[in-house]
Design a protein around this ligand. Structure first.
Ligand code: FES
Length: 268
């Protein structure tokens, strides 16, 4: 029988993303479940596994509601201390917190470099020639929104496949990302797939190696676009934008690269 939510007072959201699994092997969750069951707290609490909470640098993590308490570096001992404190005393264990409602700053020893640190570097590139190039994030939380955005600007976008074949977005018949890993682009007589989702090591190597692992935005006077490579640095495809379409480029700078203004260049 499912959980009677009317009785639940505290919910624990244990991160089940890759970094947290690697860091914890589920031990905090197992320990929490055993404690909650044996202390007869099962009915009044709920524990849920989530996908990545976005704080991998603090793995393993757990969120507790109500109160929006975010905990870091859990282990099977700390989690019991945390549960006791929340359930018995209705207060957090501050020293293990990354964040709680009302805080204006996080408590994390390991700050991940922010996307604001993106910058363009002048480069003589084998494929693109002389360009300014900047690395961006490559999770599907960035790449899929980029593709969705470009669907509204099809007239000014093309894709170059590794074979050199160029296809125009304006002729696309269909675009979807319903597969676990791959977004599909369909033209009248041609299909192309871009692997966006995180591919586990249990999947075939070919699929793993088709995953976009490097995203590089580039521009010169004549060209603007973004290139995708796999983790071995192999070219997967390049999206070219019309160089005079400032709407696309502004979106790339602001949303994809988090550059608030202009095209920052810091190195030659
Ligand atoms: S995998 Fe747990 S926070 Fe990312």
């Amino acid at each position: 029988m499912g959980k009677d939510l009317t009785k639940v007072e505290t919910t624990f959201y244990f991160c089940d993303g890759g970094s947290c699994r690697k860091a914890s092997r589920d031990l905090p969750l197992r320990s929490a479940q055993a404690y909650l069951r044996n202390e007869q707290l099962w009915e009044n609490t709920h524990n849920v596994r989530t996908r990545c909470n976005g704080r991998c640098e603090d793995a393993p993590t757990c969120i507790i509601q109500p109160g929006n308490y975010w905990y870091k570096h859990l282990d099977s001992v700390k989690i019991i201390e945390i549960i006791k404190s929340h359930v018995e005393e209705n207060k957090p264990v501050s020293e293990y917190l990354i964040f709680q409602e009302g805080w204006v700053q996080m408590e994390s020893e390991k700050g991940r470099p922010s996307a604001k640190d993106s910058f363009f570097v002048e480069k003589e590139d084998d494929e693109l020639g002389e360009v300014f190039l900047a690395r961006s994030f490559t999770s599907d939380q960035y790449t899929y929104p980029l593709l969705v955005f470009l669907m509204s600007h099809k007239e000014d976008v093309s894709i170059t496949e590794p074979s050199g074949k160029i296809l125009q977005f304006k002729n696309l018949k269909h675009f979807e990302y319903v597969d676990t890993y791959k977004a599909k682009l369909e033209w009248e007589k041609h299909n192309f797939e871009i692997t966006l989702g995180l591919v586990p090591k249990t999947e075939p190597l070919v699929l793993q190696q088709s995953k976009v692992s490097f995203t590089e935005f580039f521009y010169s006077q004549q060209k603007r676009g973004v290139r995708f490579k796999n983790k071995l640095g192999k070219h997967l495809c390049t999206l070219m934008f019309a160089p005079d379409n400032d709407t696309i480029w502004d979106y790339c700078l602001k949303v994809q690269l988090n550059m608030l203004s202009g095209e920052r260049i810091v190195e030659k």
